[in-house]
Ligand binder design. Structure first.
Ligand code: UDP
Length: 372
């Protein structure tokens, strides 16, 4: 039997942040139930046999939309500046991605004297689409067919196992399109990595006697033996919670293949994207981001798949409809003091800083309701 003031299902970023706030600020006892053998969710990083810190579930390029989230996390870690530079491999050549002025010049073999010059040129490439509301039309209407086919089409098909026409415009819309020289992958001003890794940062959050963690524990195997005095936070898949009442939600997962090399460096930057017919979407040399000094390096290749742990909610019509039904149940279950939070539970393509911000917002709400 597990009994506590608060029960948290899942020890990912949301579970760790809420446990920390609830234990330290509300002084309530918390018990986290986690299926995996570690905390930190998909942010989990660890040191491999060559002493290299690597991101087991794919690179997490932490950045902050809201400085409050950065300030909050600064209680648990020191920082190193983010170094998030990505290149796309098109016909054996490296191009900056997100597309920037250098990408345009190299791709079209043309020099642009000014931004205006470039914008005028792109105007001739764009396809006029009245209401671009899928992932393909979004790009066609901004960049035209040549760039769409070179940089987006196959990458998106591989990543999602679906045609871009069937996916929300927000998916390809995540990637900025730039008419300047900015080479960084994301737009946010604050781009920082935890100096000693994500796992250490989240571990520090949980350093409180009021927080207990059961690892290697599947909530669904012990569900009827779990009790809370105050409330429960659930960060897993919503369809499973409700016994698939409205059917299964689809998820996209990834398989990572890691390989160590006795070389200081292999890639020119942390990530290469492959918008071609290879089976993998990207290769990552995380050392560029962790800035470790070593004679070894580790490269991971990412192979998208439909099976395995859920990583990405799928933003298409079918899953959108199913989730809406579960959302009604979720809103109702708040009455039982059960709260759904995070990328899985909300079935939304949030970034790490966004899920942490949402967890802090939820905490403020809980604080008002449950403060002794
Ligand atoms: N994308 C693409 N080509 C790229 C990079 C991204 O077509 O070189 C599209 C693809 O559909 C992808 C989406 O943009 O799923 C969002 O990319 P992002 O890098 O944000 O994905 P994440 O890092 O979350 O996997």
């Amino acid at each position: 039997m597990i009994k506590s003031d608060v029960i948290i299902i899942g020890a990912g970023p949301v579970g760790c942040v809420l446990a920390e706030r609830i234990a330290n600020n509300l002084k309530l006892s918390c018990h986290i139930i986690e299926k995996r053998n570690h905390i930190a969710g998909n942010c989990y990083d660890k040191v491999n046999s060559k002493g290299l810190l690597y991101h087991k579930y794919g690179p997490h390029y932490l950045r902050f939309k809201n400085k409050k989230v950065f300030n909050y996390l600064s209680n648990f870690t020191e920082w190193i500046p983010g170094n998030y530079i990505v290149k796309s491999v098109v016909k054996n050549e490296l191009y900056p991605i997100p597309i920037n002025i250098e990408t345009f010049e190299k791709f079209f073999k043309k020099k642009f004297k000014s931004k205006k010059d470039l914008l005028q040129f792109i105007e001739t490439k764009k396809i006029h689409i009245k209401n671009p509301n899928n992932a393909e039309d979004f790009v066609l209407s901004k960049l035209g067919r040549e760039m769409y086919e070179a940089f987006y089409k196959n990458y998106t098909i591989k990543q999602w196992g679906r045609h871009p026409k069937k996916l929300s415009k927000f998916i390809t819309g995540r990637l900025p399109i730039r008419f300047n020289k900015n080479p960084y992958y994301v737009n946010e001003k604050y781009q920082f990595m935890p100096r000693y890794g994500f796992t250490k940062m989240f571990n520090k959050m949980l350093d409180n006697k009021k927080i207990k963690i059961s690892l290697n524990t599947d909530f669904y195997k012990i569900r009827d033996k779990v009790f809370y005095n105050k409330f429960m936070i659930y960060t897993g898949e919503p369809d499973r919670f409700f016994n698939y009442k409205y059917g299964k939600l689809d998820w996209r997962s990834l398989i990572f293949k890691f390989k160590n090399y006795k070389k200081k460096q292999i890639q020119k930057c942390v990530q290469y994207n492959y918008p071609n017919t290879f089976k993998f979407t990207r290769s990552v040399e995380i050392k560029h981001v962790t800035r470790q000094k070593s004679n070894y390096t580790v490269i991971s290749k990412e192979f998208p798949t439909n099976t395995g742990d859920p990583y990405y909610p799928i933003m298409d019509k079918k899953n959108g409809k199913i989730y809406k039904k579960y959302e009604n149940l979720i809103n109702n279950i708040n009455k039982k003091n059960i709260y759904f939070e995070g990328r899985l539970a909300k079935y939304k393509y949030f970034n790490t800083d966004e899920v942490i911000e949402n967890a802090l917002v939820l905490f403020d709400k809980l604080k008002k309701k449950f403060k002794k």
